[in-house]
Design a protein around this ligand. Structure first.
Ligand SMILES: C[S@@+](CC[C@H](N)C(=O)[O-])C[C@H]1O[C@@H](n2cnc3c(N)ncnc32)[C@H](O)[C@@H]1O
Length: 437
């Protein structure tokens, strides 16, 4: 009993940030009983907090040897393994957590994030199949089972599982449109529209659902509405970096790679770079050293807060990028980057004109877009995810119509989504020097 009280003292001190007192208490517990499972687990967490993840992993694994039925310890172990870039082991630990405790919300959420970026889950599928069989009312289990089936290429069975998810009601999900979006990708538009209409009817202010519905129906839309973008990314800002890392998101590195090449050709750094739709600032640290001043602009305050924490931007502006570029700016930029943001604009003409007015003569844009590889179709198309893809011919035409030169383009893979590569283009535009005109 005394031992349990001492452990509790340690946990209380740990939670209040008094790591020394916590360490003393955990040591007392483990001196008395070196195999105390909770003592080992919490000492492991303490090591993690002290920046020693390897020790933490060893201690929590030891704790699990003593008490293999501790789902929370499995989930914590998964988190530490994931942060240590040991994804396969992390996924294993999360799955163990839900095998022990099938309603462990956190572990299910973690599995879902890992699966969205996974390419292969052959080992996992039978386990998830068994969990939904044993616990058929488990919404999270169905969600991950659906994801897992999709990754394994079982589209019809995956769509059935996702339809099953819809039956739990929109309120069961933190993102009530996700399943509808994926059902579209699996060819079940009708069910997706029905669901989205129900979400909009129940919550007419739900901007995300309204836009998603319009995108799925194929309504004529020139761009994603600002309130949709703001709400979507504010809700996504905390997990953005983590989720995108899992999707092998390369767009910032690819754009920054082009900036590095341009910088190598110059005697001096760029004077003024603007990062259009900077988001959480993934590109900022990669290009900071190549400029005197770095400005970031984004619609989402949540994303901007993350970017601010990096301390690499001299200025961060909350606003819409076309409006920003056409405002009375104190400077003209010699370089603009725009990473994975033009996919929220369909019609690029206003953007191209605004860009041309904001670039200094000789100024350059390096940007990424999703590649619409259909020269005989429309210039751009919004897909059921609410993201636009553009044809290279349209990029050139809209740039040239605004007085910009289309100087470079290359095809790339931007990231993975639901087990497939997302193909994109990195392109470069230049505003002619005054002498060239
Ligand atoms: C997919 S994120 C990419 C963020 C960042 N560039 C990166 O690569 O990590 C798209 C970002 O563009 C912003 N955004 C979309 N449309 C915008 C607009 N019209 N004006 C300003 N920001 C916009 C969103 O708020 C979001 O932060």
């Amino acid at each position: 009993m005394q031992l349990e009280a001492r452990l509790q003292e340690g946990i209380t001190a740990h939670r209040s940030g008094n790591l020394e007192a916590a360490l003393a208490a955990y040591k007392d517990v483990l001196t008395d009983n070196p195999d105390h499972p909770d003592g080992l687990h919490f000492l492991g967490l303490l090591h993690f907090d002290a920046g020693k993840p390897e020790n933490a992993i060893i201690l929590i694994r030891k704790s699990l040897e003593q008490n293999p039925k501790n789902a929370a310890a499995c989930n914590n172990l998964g988190n530490i393994l994931k942060l240590s870039d040991r994804s396969d082991e992390a996924l294993e630990a999360y799955v163990r957590a839900v095998e022990i405790e099938p309603r462990h919300q956190e572990a299910w959420k973690n599995i879902s994030v890992m699966l969205e970026g996974a390419t292969n889950n052959d080992d996992l599928l039978p386990i998830l199949r068994e969990i939904v069989r044993l616990d058929p009312d488990n919404a999270n289990a169905w969600h991950n089972f659906g994801l897992s089936l999709m990754l394994a290429g079982h589209r019809e069975e995956a769509a059935d599982a996702l339809e099953r998810c819809l039956e739990f009601g929109a309120e069961a999900w933190s993102d009530p449109v996700w399943h509808a979006r994926v059902l579209c990708a699996l060819g079940r538009q009708e069910r997706a529209v029905e669901h989205l209409e129900a979400v909009v009817a129940a919550d007419p202010d739900n901007k995300v659902a309204r836009y998603q519905l319009a995108a799925v129906r194929g309504d004529e839309l020139d761009q994603a509405p600002e309130d949709y973008v703001r709400e979507h990314f504010d809700g996504f800002s905390d997990s953005f970096d983590d989720v995108l890392k899992n999707l092998d998101y390369r767009a910032p590195e690819l754009v920054a790679g082009e900036v590095v090449k341009l910088a190598a050709l110059r005697a001096a750094p760029f004077r003024d770079i603007v990062d259009l739709g900077c988001g959480t600032g993934l590109c900022g640290p990669l290009i900071r050293r190549y400029c005197d001043k770095l400005t970031g602009i984004d619609l989402s305050p949540g994303m901007l807060r993350k970017a601010a924490a990096l301390n690499v931007y001299d200025f961060l502006v909350e606003g819409e990028l076309v409006g920003f570029l056409t405002s009375d700016l104190p400077t003209h930029f010699d370089l603009a980057v725009c990473v994975d943001t033009l996919c929220y604009l369909g019609n690029l003409q206003p953007f191209m004109e605004a860009l041309c007015s904001a670039l200094a003569p000789g100024g350059i844009l390096i940007a990424s877009v999703e590649h619409l590889d259909d020269p005989s179709g429309p210039d751009y198309r919004v897909d059921p995810t609410g993201r636009y893809a553009h044809t290279p011919a349209y990029l050139r035409r809209s740039a040239e119509a605004a007085g910009l030169d289309y100087t470079k383009e290359k095809t790339v893979v931007l990231r993975r989504e639901l087990g497939k590569d997302v193909h994109g283009l990195i392109f470069e535009l230049r505003k002619p020097d005054s002498d060239d005109r």
